[in-house]
Ligand binder design. Structure first.
Ligand code: HAM
Length: 414
C-alpha cells in the first residue's frame, strides 16, 4: 500500500473545520478590503533565497528543492509572502502608487522534523498589504488576525516587537555579535553558526543554557532610532485604544529574514510546544530587494492545522441550528431516473441528497436522518401514478403528499 509521505496529512475528517476556518478568515479579510490572489506552489529557488533568506532554517535546512526537467533550480513554497511579492512586482503594481491588499490560502512545504502541530505540508491563510506606510495598517493587520480568532472562538496571546530599520538595526546587530562572541564558548552549535549568519535569530534559541546567557543580551528595543521608537509606541497606543491586548516580547524575532519594524505572533497556550498560531509583520525592503520599486508592506499568515484543536467542528454548530436540505429517493427502480431529474432541479436552489438505489421507505428515512436532511421526499408506486410525492419534515415530523410539480415549484421558488 502506498501511504502519504511522512509529515503530510490528508484533509478528510478535519475537512469541515478546514472549511470553517478558511471561510471565516476570508469573510474577515474581505471586510478589511483584501481580495484573492493565488500564486504557483512552485517557484524559482532564488526567490526564496532572496526573501526568506539563505541563513534561515526554512531555506537553509528545510526546503523542498530540486532541479526540474529543464534544468531550473526550483522549490516548493515554504510560505506565501515571497510568491505574492513576486507576482506584485511582475504585474507592475509597485508602479501604481496605490494600496493593494491580497489574501491567499494554500499548501506550504517545509522539510521539518514532524511532530504535533508541525507538518511537512501544512496550510496557511495569509494577507499581504502593499503601499501603506502608516502604522495604522500594522494595527489593522493585527486587528484582522484578532477578528479571525475571535470569530472562531479561539483564545490567544498576542506578542509584539519591533525589529528596527536599516538606520538602527546594523549598529544593534554589531553590539549583539560582540556579545555573542564574548560568550561564544558557552553557546550551542546552532547559535555559534547564527552568530555569523543571522545573529538576531540566536535570541529565539530553544536551548536553556543559551537562554540563560541571553538574559543579559543587548535588545533592539534599547537601540531604536527616533522613527522606530515613535512608530512602535504609536502601534501600542492604537492596539490599546482598540481593546487588543498584547505583550511586548523584546526577544521576539521571526524565522524569516525579510522583516523590519513591527513583528508579531499570536500564540496559544492550549496546543503544546508548537504554539504559534499566526505570525507576521512589516517588510518594507522586500519589494525593492526582489527588483521592484520601494514599497511599504505588512502582512501575516495563520497555520490552519495548528488551530484544528482549538475550533469546534461546524457539524456541532449545524446540529444546534437544525437540519438542512432535502433528501430524495425512490421505492421503485423505474422512478430513479425521475428522482435524479428532480434532484438536479432542486440543487439549483437547495442542498439536496439523492439516493440512486431503490429502497423501502424505512431505509430512506434512516438515510435522510443520518445525512441531517430537513425533508425526506420519496416517490413510490402510488405517488408515481398520481403525480404526487411523499414528504416528511424530519424536524416537525409532519407528513404530506403534495402534487410533485407544485411542491417542486414552491421549494425552488420557480
Ligand atoms: P511563519 O511564522 O513562518 O510566517 O508561519 C505562519 C504560521 O504558519 C505559523 O504561525 C504557524 O501557525 C504555521 N506554520 C508554520 N510552519 C508550520 C508547520 N511546519 N506545520 C504547521 N503549521 C506551520 C510566514 O510564513 C510568513 N509568510 C507570514 C507573513 C505574511 N509575514 C508577512 N506576511
Amino acid at each position: 500500500m502506498i501511504t502519504a509521505l511522512r509529515g503530510m496529512k490528508d484533509i478528510i475528517d478535519d475537512a469541515p473545520k478546514y472549511q470553517r476556518i478558511l471561510n471565516t478568515a476570508i469573510d474577515c479579510a474581505k471586510r478589511y478590503g483584501f481580495s484573492l490572489i493565488e500564486t504557483p506552489i512552485l517557484e524559482e529557488t532564488a526567490l526564496f533565497k532572496r526573501s526568506v533568506g539563505e541563513s534561515s532554517d526554512i531555506i537553509g535546512k528545510e526546503s523542498y528543492q530540486f532541479i526540474d526537467k529543464g534544468g531550473l533550480d526550483v522549490s516548493l513554497r515554504p510560505e506565501g509572502t515571497a510568491g505574492v511579492v513576486r507576482a506584485f512586482i511582475e504585474k507592475k503594481l509597485d508602479r501604481s502608487n496605490a494600496t493593494h491588499r491580497f489574501f491567499y490560502h494554500g499548501a506550504m512545504f517545509r522539510y521539518e522534523r514532524p511532530q504535533k502541530g508541525r507538518h511537512r505540508t501544512f496550510h496557511q491563510f495569509g494577507v499581504e498589504s502593499f503601499g501603506e506606510k502608516s502604522v495604522y495598517e500594522d494595527a489593522a493587520i493585527i486587528a484582522l488576525a484578532r477578528d479571525i480568532f475571535d470569530s472562531l472562538d479561539i483564545a490567544y496571546n498576542l506578542e509584539i516587537n519591533s525589529l528596527g530599520c536599516p538606520n538602527c538595526m546594523p549598529s544593534y546587530k554589531n553590539k549583539l555579535v560582540r556579545f555573542l562572541e564574548n560568550h561564544s564558548t558557552d553557546l550551542c552549535d546552532d547559535c555559534k553558526r547564527r552568530k555569523d549568519t543571522n545573529p538576531i535569530r540566536a535570541l529565539d534559541c530553544k536551548n536553556e543554557a543559551c537562554q540563560k546567557i541571553y538574559q543579559n543580551a543587548p535588545l533592539i528595543a534599547d537601540y531604536f532610532c527616533g522613527e522606530c521608537k515613535s512608530d512602535f509606541e504609536t502601534l501600542q497606543t492604537i492596539l490599546a485604544h482598540n481593546g487588543i491586548k498584547f505583550a511586548h516580547n523584546k526577544k521576539l524575532v521571526r524565522g524569516l529574514d525579510y522583516y523590519n519594524k513591527t513583528a508579531f505572533e499570536f500564540v496559544s497556550k492550549d496546543i503544546g510546544t508548537q504554539s504559534a498560531i499566526a505570525g507576521g509583520g512589516r517588510y518594507d525592503k522586500l519589494v525593492e530587494q526582489l527588483g521592484g520599486k520601494p514599497t511599504f508592506a505588512v502582512g501575516f499568515a495563520l497555520g490552519v492545522e495548528r488551530i484544528y484543536d482549538l475550533v469546534d467542528s461546524p457539524k456541532e454548530g449545524r446540529e444546534k441550528e437544525g437540519r438542512e436540505g432535502v433528501y430524495i429517493g425512490a421505492i421503485d427502480p423505474s422512478a430513479i431516473d425521475d428522482v435524479f431529474q428532480y434532484a438536479t432541479r432542486l440543487r439549483k436552489k437547495i442542498k439536496t441528497f439523492v439516493e440512486y438505489e431503490p429502497k423501502k421507505l424505512a431505509a430512506h428515512l434512516k438515510n435522510a436522518d443520518r445525512l441531517n436532511a430537513k425533508i425526506c421526499a420519496v416517490i413510490g408506486e402510488d405517488e408515481r401514478k398520481s403525480g404526487a410525492i411523499w414528504i416528511k419534515n424530519l424536524e416537525s415530523g409532519a407528513e404530506s403528499k403534495p402534487q410533485l410539480n407544485e411542491w417542486l415549484k414552491a421549494i425552488t421558488n420557480d
